[in-house]
Each structure stands twice: as structure tokens, then as C-alpha cells.
Design a protein around this ligand. Structure first.
Ligand code: ADP
Ligand code: MG
Length: 620
């Protein structure tokens, strides 16, 4: 009974909370408006700034998820200056960003301090500690600090407690709060210890800020930071209407570099761009290749010394260098508004990471492009990396998201990215913007504009039903798995047979040759990958001394279905399940004819097992 009464009270409080109108009038409205102009020089608020400021000034724990560049620093800087004294503690993982902010606040006559391992020596720390314990006297308004300091320095925490007992601790601003999510791509273990802030300083509101957060990340971060259940939550619009997204076929390395260089030199002459690569070695190789083709660029990764990185970034910021060829080490904290293109030499490990990385284009709101090059073999390469992470299942799920994004041909890419954040796009205006948002929509509108044009002029895509082929691929894999197991070619462990995607495609190709079908090898690679993405084919990893190999095998239930007696109910049930689980996406197959028409009786029989409504339309 007591717990249900408690729950009722909680529900009532939540209900009340929902009713707070953060756009309404507050006692501090006039002062806030005045500060915005006088201290920060802005005429008006950007979306959600006013609401978030009202919530944190109301002493709510507040979570704000706003895109990069939307002005999150103001959300704690302005409230921190509202009262004549008092200290705001800002936690950030990025020392360079903190240095910038401290400099710009100091310039405006605001007293700030920074505590970071590599910047602050012992005497400086002692001096800062002194200022922290009595902000009323020292006039200290902002303390920027790394999460490591909060986690490891008992001295710092005890000084903060003194300020707290003097009622001089205004709020904790946790910047880049997604770093507290263990599943996220930027996880920092020290962020977890920030949870103790809530217990040590129960009266001090927390303001968590990030640009990356799906619902699950948000929930995870709120739990880690022990934010109050009454926390106010804000989520900005994540759509980037000025970025055109596209995915291109990855050709062989030389052709790919030719293509990239041509784009950089011809389509974006003298405009700034970033090329993201998967590894340091790739960054070196790609930078070298682009340089040879006359592009002003340099590789940027964690192996490059700090000084070179700094001068490289300066050259790029000033326009002396066109492209930074980087690993993801080049990321958080870049503040260049006029990046016109972001290329992905390899797709990111998750769609959230892709959104962030590609989102570094066009911060100034002017047209920009994000192009990712993609091939099925990249997927297996990324998979073997994902396999090396602490949470394999999460890494795998993230990667499947990336894979589906690249493979899909039926839905707007921007819509797909917006749905990551649980958002849908505002209704589009006119056909012009339709073709501008992504390659998928561009192809659709080109087709709509010229419906009578010959196939060659319309598009390189053609539709076909590949369900029978998909089933054949599974059957082929199941047979090969079986045969290998019979021969004892097993891995000893979980992998039933050492069959790589490459091998399967070869087998399929030779089978199809006999069946007189004209599907390209490339199309088959995509088909097999689709089956992996649909979870009809599982991937096993085998660790060797030098690399991690990926092997394919069928799901046992599907294997028995495709190998079983065609008349058995288990068979059609299995196939039905497969057909339903195949994504309703379209398969890109270059130059493939409408193959498989005379695919033989067995295939025809298999096809008829699939309920017509779940047969997928597939573009060759
Ligand atoms: P974020 O942390 O969300 O990436 P920042 O706090 O670094 O964004 O702000 C990005 C830029 O936006 C800064 O140059 C800042 O001065 C500017 N800015 C913030 N708020 C406003 C506003 N209300 N009007 C105009 N510019 C703003
Ligand atoms: Mg920021």
C-alpha cells in the first residue's frame, strides 16, 4: 500500500511537472533578456535556449539534447551570471574546449578557473582550490574541470563542499553528457563517478548537455548521473536540412581516390572538407593518394604528434589546407562553420556516429554534402572491429544500423537519420527540396520527372524479386555448413564451418551460372549482406594472431527449414519467418538483368512458399 501511495505521489508530481510551461513568464525574464544582450551580445534566443534556462533556474535537474552549434554553453553561462555571486561547476572531457571558453569568459571580465591534469600544476591548483571554497570573496564564477578531477581529487570535492555549505554552489553543468553512457561511442568511465554529485550535493541542480542521444542513451545517462525523476527534458530538432546525404558504391581503391579527388577539386574547389577513415593506416594511405592527385590535405589521427595536429588544424581552419583526412580522433570540439563536405572513406560504426561526423558539414546553414562510400566487404571489416569491443552485442546492433542505412534504397536518408532521434521530418516543400535532401530522393524525383526516359537514362537500378534467390543462398549456406561439419572442418568452437562471405558469394555465383542467371557478383554480395542484416545469416568471429575473421552460418531453424522436406509445415513456416524478417528494402545491383526468370523448378517452388504480401520488391 505504501509503495502504491508513493507511486501515486510520484505520478502526481510528474503530472504537475508536465504542466510547467517553460516558455511562460518567470520572475527573472527581464534580467535574463538584459544579460543576453549586454553580456553575450545576442539579440534573441535560439530554439529551446529560453526554455532550458527557465528550467535550470527553477532548480530542476535538466537534460538538454541540442544539435552541435545550437548554443549549449549559454545554457549554463547565462544562468551562472544571473545572481551577483556564486559558482557554476562545468564538467567537460575536452580540455581544448574548456580553454577556449575560459578565455572568452575572462575576456568579458568574468572570473573563471580551469582544473585539468595536463594544464594545471600544483601551485595553481592550490590557488584555485582557495578560490573555490569561498566564491563570495574570491569572485570565482565558473570552474571548468575534467571528470577525472571530480572522480579522483578528494581535495577538490571537500572545497566544493565548503562552497556548498556557504550556499555558493549554483549548479553543475555536465557538458558532452553522453560520455556517461557505457554503450555510447564516446564513453568515459570517469563520467560514471559524477553520479556521486547528486548525493554529495543534494540541493545543487544538474544541467546535462549533449548533442548525441537517442532515448536509450538519455535514460542511461540520467541513471548514471542520478538525475532526479522530475528532471526537465528538452530535445532540439536534429534534421540538417542543408546537408545532402548520399551513399556511393565503393570501387577499387585507386578509382575511389580518383573519384574523391575529382569531387574535391572540381565540385568543391578551395572549399573545406573532411575525409573520415577507419584506421590510422587508412588515413595515411588516403591522404597520400589524394595528395598525389593534387589535393591539399594531410592525415590526422592519434598517432600524429600534438604539435603537427595543431598546425594542421590551423592550416585547415584558415583555408590553407583543403581537407583533413582523419580518424574519429578529429571530432568533438571542431568549430568550423563552413565545412562544405564530409566524405566517409569507410562507413562509421554506428549511425549515431555517422550523424555526428557528417554533421560537421554546413554548420553555417549553407548547402553542404555528406557522402559515404560503401561496399559489403566494409561491413565485415567493421564487424571484426565491433567484435573487439567490450559490449559486442551493442556494437553489433549499432553496426547493423549503419549497414541498413547504406543498403536501403526506399526511404529518405535524412528521414532515416531523424528517426534515430525519434523525430520525423517536417513536411517537405516542393520537388526541388525533395531531390536535394539525399541520393534516394534525388533518384526518385529524377524518375518522376522523366518517367518515359529509357532505362539507361533513368537510373541504374532495376527492380526484381529476390526472395527465391535469398532462399537459395540460405540453402547453399546450410548445405555447405553441413558438408563442412561432416568433413570435420569445424572450428572446434562455435563456428560450424569456415565459410566467409566471399566464399559464399563464389559458390552462389557458380550455382547461378549453372542456372543461367545473370546476376552480377556484386549483386550477390549485397544479397548475402542483406541476409546478414535481416538476421537470417549469422556471423561468427574467429580470432587469429593477426586478425579477426568473419564466418557465416545459417540460423539453425532456418537451416532445417531450407534443407527440410518441401512439403513439411516446418519448412514453409521457416520460410515465412524469413520472408517477413527480410527488410523491405531494395537491393542495388549494377547492370543486372531481370535474372532468375527461368530459375528452375526448385526455386519456383521455394518462391511460392513465400506469402505474396511479404515478397520484397528488390532493385537490381
Ligand atoms: P554547442 O555547445 O551547442 O555546440 P556553443 O555553445 O559552442 O554550441 O555555441 C555555438 C555558437 O553559437 C557560439 O559562437 C555562440 O556564441 C553562438 N550562440 C549561442 N547562443 C546564441 C544566440 N542566442 N544567438 C546567436 N548566437 C548564439
Ligand atoms: Mg558545446
Amino acid at each position: 500500500l505504501r509503495s502504491s501511495a508513493k507511486q501515486a505521489a510520484k505520478d502526481a508530481a510528474e503530472a504537475h511537472h508536465v504542466l510547467v510551461d517553460w516558455t511562460g513568464t518567470f520572475e527573472w525574464d527581464a534580467t535574463v533578456a538584459d544579460l543576453l544582450k549586454s553580456r553575450f551580445g545576442h539579440d534573441s534566443f535560439r530554439p529551446l535556449q529560453r526554455e532550458v534556462i527557465n528550467a535550470t533556474l527553477s532548480r530542476r535537474d535538466t537534460f538538454a539534447i541540442l544539435p552541435t552549434g545550437s548554443g549549449k554553453s549559454l545554457l549554463f553561462q547565462l544562468p551562472g551570471l544571473l545572481s551577483p555571486s556564486g559558482l557554476t561547476v562545468v564538467v567537460s572531457p575536452l580540455v581544448s574546449l574548456m580553454v577556449d571558453q575560459v578565455a572568452s569568459l575572462s575576456q568579458r571580465g568574468v572570473r573563471c578557473a580551469l582544473l585539468a591534469a595536463d594544464l594545471t600544476d600544483r601551485t595553481q591548483s592550490t590557488e584555485v582550490h582557495h578560490q573555490i571554497e569561498d566564491p563570495a570573496t574570491s569572485g570565482l564564477r565558473f570552474l571548468y574541470v575534467t571528470p577525472e578531477r571530480i572522480a579522483k581529487s578528494k581535495m577538490l570535492v571537500s572545497k566544493l563542499q565548503k562552497a556548498y555549505h556557504g550556499k555558493m554552489l549554483l549548479r553543475f553543468a555536465i557538458d558532452e553528457a553522453h560520455c556517461a553512457c557505457a554503450q555510447g561511442h564516446d564513453f568515459r568511465p570517469d563520467y560514471l563517478s559524477l553520479g556521486t554529485l547528486r548525493t554529495t550535493f543534494p540541493e545543487v541542480p544538474i544541467l546535462a548537455l549533449t548533442a548525441t542521444a537517442s532515448e536509450s542513451v538519455r535514460a542511461d545517462v540520467e541513471r548514471s548521473l542520478q538525475m532526479d525523476h522530475l528532471s526537465a527534458r528538452f530535445r532540439g530538432h536534429f534534421d540538417r536540412p542543408n546537408i545532402k546525404y548520399s551513399v556511393r558504391k565503393k570501387l577499387d581503391e585507386a578509382a575511389l581516390l580518383d573519384e574523391m579527388a575529382a569531387l574535391a577539386l572540381r565540385d568543391f574547389p578551395s572549399q573545406a572538407g573532411i575525409v573520415y577513415t577507419l584506421s590510422r593506416a587508412d588515413a595515411e594511405k588516403v591522404a597520400d593518394g589524394l595528395q598525389r592527385r593534387g589535393v591539399r590535405c594531410a592525415p590526422y589521427h592519434a598517432g600524429v604528434d600534438a604539435l603537427s595536429r595543431q598546425s594542421m588544424q590551423a592550416a585547415w581552419q584558415s583555408g590553407r589546407m583543403q581537407i583533413v583526412v582523419a580518424t574519429i580522433a578529429f571530432g568533438m570540439g571542431i568549430d568550423k562553420p563552413d565545412v562544405r563536405f564530409v566524405f566517409h572513406h569507410s562507413m562509421s560504426k554506428s549511425l549515431e556516429a555517422y550523424y555526428q561526423e557528417s554533421g560537421r558539414a554546413g554548420r553555417d546553414g549553407k548547402p553542404a554534402e555528406a557522402i559515404a562510400w560503401w561496399s559489403p566487404s566494409d561491413f565485415y571489416r567493421l564487424a571484426s572491429l565491433a567484435c573487439d569491443t567490450s559490449d559486442r552485442a551493442a556494437a553489433w546492433r549499432a553496426l547493423v544500423g549503419s549497414g541498413r542505412f547504406c543498403e536501403m534504397r526506399h526511404c529518405c536518408r535524412r528521414e532515416c537519420l531523424a528517426s534515430l532521434f525519434g523525430q520525423s521530418l517536417p513536411a517537405r516543400v516542393g520537388a526541388v527540396s525533395l531531390g536535394q535532401c539525399c541520393d534516394v530522393c534525388a533518384a526518385a524525383s529524377a524518375e518522376a520527372a522523366a518517367p518515359s526516359a529509357s532505362i539507361a537514362h533513368r537510373s541504374t537500378l532495376e527492380e526484381m524479386d529476390v526472395s527465391p534467390l535469398a532462399i537459395d543462398a540460405l540453402r547453399c549456406l546450410a548445405e555447405l555448413n553441413d558438408a563442412a561439419a561432416a568433413e570435420g572442418v569445424t572450428d572446434g568452437g562455435a563456428a560450424p564451418a569456415k565459410l566467409t562471405a566471399l566464399k559464399l558469394v563464389e559458390k552462389l555465383a557458380s550455382r547461378l551460372r549453372h542456372a543461367d542467371a545473370k546476376l552480377s557478383r556484386e549483386a550477390l554480395e549485397h544479397l548475402v549482406l542483406r541476409l546478414v542484416l535481416a538476421d537470417a545469416i549469422r556471423v561468427h568471429f574467429a580470432f587469429t594472431a593477426y586478425s579477426i575473421l568473419t564466418y557465416l552460418f545459417t540460423r539453425p531453424s532456418l537451416a532445417s527449414a531450407v534443407l527440410g522436406d518441401p512439403g513439411a509445415t516446418a519448412h514453409s513456416a521457416g520460410l515465412h519467418a524469413l520472408a517477413c524478417s527480410l527488410p523491405s528494402t531494395l537491393l542495388p545491383m549494377a547492370k543486372a538483368a531481370k535474372a532468375n526468370k527461368g530459375g528452375g523448378k526448385r526455386k519456383a517452388a521455394a518462391a511460392s512458399d513465400v506469402p505474396p504480401q511479404s515478397r520484397k520488391r528488390v532493385l537490381p
